[in-house]
Design a protein around this ligand. Structure first.
Ligand code: SF4
Length: 163
């Protein structure tokens, strides 16, 4: 069975082509300025909290502030819907491991804001569909087609897609 990470779920909602590149080991994000800025925000925020907890070798949660709360740190709200589903996926995953009633929080330290994320039954059905869809996309022999979007100019794969 394919290991589906939170980043893969996030990319599914941002761009399916990006998901395919990432999951097929074409990983250019390390060099991209936006990712470096995001990592700096991550590394300099909430330093007294627990950080980057890997669960089951699959999902990597930014930190757990206190019992029954997981956090995902982001630098901006530009991909908020994708981040919400990423966090819902973590909640779903933890529920499958027997950890229920956990709350998700998206933290925006640069904006001094946060957003609470919860998981309901409809979300669980949708996540199961998304998981099946991700498995199909990643197994494709070549990346799916994608139109140019606003976010493309900040994407590490821009040159692969459009140059
Ligand atoms: S450049 Fe745009 S189309 Fe290409 S992978 Fe990135 S977000 Fe998707």
């Amino acid at each position: 069975m394919m290991k589906i990470t939170g980043v893969m779920v996030e990319y599914y909602f941002i761009c399916k082509k990006k998901l395919w590149y990432f999951a097929n080991q074409i990983q250019m994000e390390n060099e991209h300025e936006n990712v470096l800025i995001g990592r700096m925000v991550d590394e300099t925020s909430y330093i007294q909290e627990k950080k980057n907890i890997l669960i089951d070798g699959t999902i990597n949660i930014d930190f757990i502030r206190k019992h029954k709360q997981i956090h995902e740190v982001k630098k901006s709200k530009s991909i908020e819907e994708a981040t919400i589903w990423q966090v819902k996926y973590y909640l779903y995953y933890l529920k499958k491991l027997g950890m229920e009633d956990i709350k998700g929080v998206i933290d925006y330290p640069l904006l001094r804001r946060n957003l609470i994320v919860e998981l309901d039954e409809n979300d669980e059905e949708k996540i199961e569909e998304v998981i099946r869809d991700i498995e199909n996309i990643v197994a494709m022999p070549s990346p799916p087609a994608a139109n140019k979007m606003k976010i493309c100019s900040k994407c590490a794969y821009y040159e692969l897609c459009f140059i």
